[in-house]
Design a binder for this molecule. Sequence first.
Ligand code: GTP
Ligand code: MG
Length: 137
Amino acid sequence: NNRTFTMIKPDAVENGHIGGILNKINAAGFRIVAMKMTRLSSQKAGEFYAVHKERPFYGELVEFMSSGHIVAAILEKDNAVEDFRKLIGATNPANAEEGTIRKEYAESIGRNAVHGSDSDENAAIEGDFFFSGLEKF
Ligand code: GTP
Ligand code: MG
């Protein structure tokens, strides 16, 4: 329970917020275990968010997540999943608390700057989606 997975989404990359977001992640005490800047095809984005495929916003989500570059990273800290969800704030930035990453950088519920795993199990699955064993020290 000491690792989570994050993506800096295409809106935040386009708007020049990679550095600002990484600063907040470091300041909150997370260690970056692995990190890469890459781009998802719509097929890969659909696979990553397959749990949402019955939701009305799935098409929009997949289109957005494949619209530009993303930064994927595995993060380490005690209680990583829960503490990182707190650091990023509510899904809809209108409801995100002061000081959270989404409060500062998200544009809307769809273009909300960052992803954070919602369980230890999903953190491991999502980390494995982007990184091989050799990259995850
Ligand atoms: P992630 O960390 O990205 O998984 O966000 P989350 O766990 O806070 O939210 P959830 O897993 O429920 O939804 C996944 C993503 O779908 C969100 O981050 C949003 O980008 C998008 N999403 C959720 N609800 C809506 C919606 O009502 N409209 C749109 N356009 N996108 C939504
Ligand atoms: Mg989620």
